[in-house]
Every structure is written in structure tokens, then in C-alpha cells.
Design a binder for this molecule. Structure first.
Ligand SMILES: *[C@@H]1O[C@H](CO)[C@@H](O)[C@H](O)[C@H]1NC(C)=O
Ligand SMILES: *[C@@H]1O[C@H](CO)[C@@H](O)[C@H](O)[C@H]1NC(C)=O
Ligand SMILES: *[C@@H]1O[C@H](CO)[C@@H](O)[C@H](O)[C@H]1NC(C)=O
Length: 391
């Protein structure tokens, strides 16, 4: 019996050293809030939540964690229980909602009949006596169980079983989060998913490709997703030439950027940027946002506190210099038709008011759609290659 099991394990590993995981996109809550004129209230609340938070560098990117959630399927336990989780390179923990979470603490999870983890129903689950708390996200107890990602099994992955969840996480179309950043950001204090995954992969890296944005069109065929390839580059959706840069911190996927330009604006300041699938747009220093506004002739939408331009215009590329190479985000990616009407489009750029803590730039999904990101755990670097959108 034991031998058979071991053999299966070895076979399993040998066959699954490269895993492709389909990524699905949720509809845009952000677009809906902008149309209804309630987005700026929402953001103000989020900023307030952060100001009252633990002051940790970890909280900044979550401000934008409300839209364009990219989900993937995982399973936990024996027999496997399936979950649809946000794949988040801006945090480092796995958590899902506990089946014991009640209607008062997890109302959305119960009303919306999302999947919750029933630890009593898993023969491989081990509880611990340790509580966890991810501020403004979720809290509960820590346990360990077998995690299956795209057919590969990580044994005894520590994870959070949430018995309390907060907005805006609770009302997303997700059952939890799979954090793919460095252990340093962990709030659960167990081996992070990337530490465990890296041991079983062909190459110690994963590649994320996100398909182009379709604005406000939430119809099924336009809800384009993407692909995470664990253990290999993605030669189908990313151009072959990958430019790498050493990470400047092993917390977020954080790296130095040496120049930013758009139209006649440019800045040669050396700044830190992060690649974050959990953020929808591009967060930039206020001076760079002013540069984008000048280069596009954008106007402020005072209701939503966002910048608008006519959808029909022609706008210059955003140009980023990273590791001595230039990468662009064309207006196709940063000028968004959120379904507001009147020919009005929104700039997917906002000012990061980090107040001196945290990264200067947050390169979210808007960036990743234009450029595939290669998260190289083994060599502590990140790589970028031009993305090939689906036709
Ligand atoms: C879990 O997902 C797998 C793979 O998609 C599927 O084969 C299985 O039936 C699912 N299990 C349940 C309980 O839904
Ligand atoms: C959890 O699983 C156990 C054992 O299968 C079952 O008795 C119990 O009803 C389940 N609890 C929930 C909340 O689904
Ligand atoms: C994570 O690393 C950063 C810089 O590398 C450091 O400032 C921060 O204190 C570390 N956080 C933890 C929780 O170790």
C-alpha cells in the first residue's frame, strides 16, 4: 500500500512539473461603481481602512483589490474540496472560508453559496492552535492540508480557515485567496505557497499572462482570463525575449525602475515598483500621474475622482525602463471604456499616496496585460516579455 502510494506520488510529480492553470476573470465591480457615481466614496473608505490598519507595507496594494479579480481553481483536502481563489502576487498566504463561518461573520459567503472548507470532511487535515489575521481581509484559525494546484499536489500546506471576512473580499466571486508573493509578507506564518510549490516545479518560476481587457462588456465570451504557467515560460502567449531584473525586496515582487515617460513627460528617478495581480490598474507617484494627465489632456471626473478622456482620441504609450529595457503599455490597455457612455473613457492610472512607505509604483493587471510577467523564485528576479493577446 505504502509503495503504491509513493510510486503514485513520484509519477504525479514527474508528470506535473509544468502546470498550466486557466485563469478566469470576474465582471467589473469597479466599472459598475463608477457608472453609479459611488466609486469615490468607496475608495475613501478603503483609504480610511488602510490608515487605521497596522501600518504595514503590506496594506497599500489592497486599495485597488476590488476589480478584475483573476481567479483560478484549486482543491484542498482528501477527498478534494474545490475552490475558486484570487491568484494574488501581492500577498503571500492561502486562505479559504471555513464551513463553520456563520451568517453574521461571513454573510456573503453564505448567501452567495460559495464553497467553504469543511475540515471534518478531510482525512488529511491537521488543525493548529494558531489564529491568523490579515487586516481588512480575513481572520480565523490556521490548519494544514494537501493543496492541489492544476493537478500538482503540495502536501501539508499551511493555510487560513477564515471565520471572519471583510469587504471588498467578501463580495467578490471568490472563495479565498492564493497569495503568490514572498514569505516575508505572510500573516499566517507557515511555509508560503511559493516555497512549497517551487520544490515540485521543473523550473523554480511561474509565468502570468493576462488577456486583453474588454472594458464594461461582461458577457461571457468577453470575460477573458489568462493563464498561469507554473514551472515554465509561456511560449504561446508571451514573446520569446524576456528581460530580467533583480528584485529589490523579497516581500512583494518588487524591483527597481529607472525611467518613466509618456508624451513629453519623463522622469529619471530610480523608484521601486511591484507587480501585483491583485491590483487592477497602475498606481503611480502623483508627479507621474500629472505627466499622464498632461500627455493625454485628461480631465478629472470629480464624482469618481478619476481621469477621463474621449474614447475616440489617440494617446501616447506609457514607457517604462526596467533593467535597461523599455516596456510599453499602449493606450489600448490604459484608456478604458467602462461603459459610462457619452464617449467617455477612463485612465487606468491613479496616484499612490503611500506617504513614504511601500513601493512607488503598483503595476497591476493593466501592466500585466501588456507584458507577461515571469516570477522567478529561484533566481530572485522578475522578467517581462511582450504579451501576445488572443485574436
Ligand atoms: C473538483 O474539480 C475537479 C476538476 O475540475 C472535478 O473533476 C471534480 O468533480 C470537482 N469536485 C467537486 C466535488 O465538485
Ligand atoms: C462537514 O463534514 C462532516 C463530515 O462529512 C459533516 O457531518 C458535516 O455536516 C459537514 N459540515 C458542513 C457545515 O457542511
Ligand atoms: C520584509 O522585507 C522588507 C524589506 O526587504 C522589510 O522592510 C520588512 O520589515 C520585512 N517584513 C517582515 C514581516 O519581515
Amino acid at each position: 500500500m505504502k509503495t503504491t502510494l509513493l510510486l503514485l506520488v513520484i509519477l504525479g510529480l514527474a508528470q506535473c512539473a509544468v502546470i498550466k492553470q486557466q485563469v478566469h476573470k470576474s465582471g467589473s465591480r469597479q466599472a459598475k461603481m463608477i457608472r453609479e457615481g459611488i466609486y469615490s466614496d468607496f475608495l475613501a473608505n478603503r483609504h480610511l481602512a488602510r490608515a487605521q490598519g497596522d501600518g504595514n507595507v503590506g496594506t497599500q496594494p489592497f486599495i485597488d483589490y476590488l476589480d478584475d479579480v483573476y481567479r483560478g481553481e484549486i482543491s484542498i483536502g482528501t477527498p478534494p474540496q474545490n475552490f475558486s481563489v484570487a491568484l494574488d502576487t501581492g500577498s503571500s498566504d492561502l486562505w479559504v472560508v471555513d464551513a463553520r463561518c456563520n451568517i453574521w461573520d461571513c454573510p456573503d459567503f453564505i448567501y452567495w453559496t460559495k464553497s467553504r472548507f469543511n475540515s471534518s470532511a478531510s482525512s488529511t487535515f491537521y488543525p493548529t492552535n494558531n489564529p491568523y489575521n490579515i487586516p481588512h481581509v480575513s481572520s480565523g484559525m490556521v490548519g494544514t492540508d494537501d493543496l492541489d494546484v492544476g493537478g500538482i499536489t503540495v502536501y501539508n500546506q499551511g493555510f487560513g480557515l477564515a471565520t471572519d471576512t471583510n469587504n471588498p473580499f467578501a463580495d467578490q466571486a471568490i472563495d479565498g485567496v492564493l497569495g503568490l508573493a514572498w514569505p516575508n509578507l505572510s500573516k499566517i506564518f507557515v511555509a508560503a505557497p511559493i516555497e512549497n510549490l517551487v520544490r515540485v516545479l521543473d523550473l523554480p518560476l511561474f509565468t502570468i499572462w493576462l488577456d486583453r481587457h474588454d472594458g464594461a462588456d461582461d458577457s461571457a465570451e468577453h470575460k477573458r482570463g489568462g493563464l498561469i504557467t507554473y514551472g515554465a515560460l509561456d511560449n504561446e502567449h508571451c514573446e520569446a525575449e524576456v528581460g530580467y531584473v533583480k528584485l529589490s525586496s523579497l516581500s512583494y515582487w518588487q524591483f527597481p525602475m529607472t525611467r518613466f515617460s509618456v508624451g513629453s513627460y519623463s522622469s529619471n528617478a530610480r523608484v521601486d515598483a511591484i507587480s501585483d495581480t491583485g491590483s487592477a490598474w497602475i498606481g503611480a507617484p502623483a508627479s507621474a500621474v500629472a505627466g499622464v494627465v498632461a500627455a493625454t489632456g485628461a480631465k478629472i471626473d470629480p464624482i469618481n475622482n478619476l481621469y477621463t478622456v474621449p474614447c475616440a482620441g489617440k494617446y501616447p504609450d506609457l514607457v517604462f525602463t526596467i533593467g535597461g529595457r523599455e516596456y510599453t503599455v499602449p493606450s489600448m490597455d490604459y484608456v478604458l471604456d467602462l461603459g459610462y457612455g457619452k464617449g467617455k473613457c477612463y485612465l487606468a492610472v491613479y496616484a499612490v499616496s503611500g506617504g513614504g512607505f511601500g513601493p512607488d509604483w503598483i503595476l497591476g493587471d493593466t501592466w500585466i496585460r501588456a507584458n507577461c510577467n515571469v516570477y522567478d523564485i529561484g533566481q530572485r528576479r522578475i522578467g517581462f516579455a511582450k504579451s501576445i493577446p488572443s485574436p
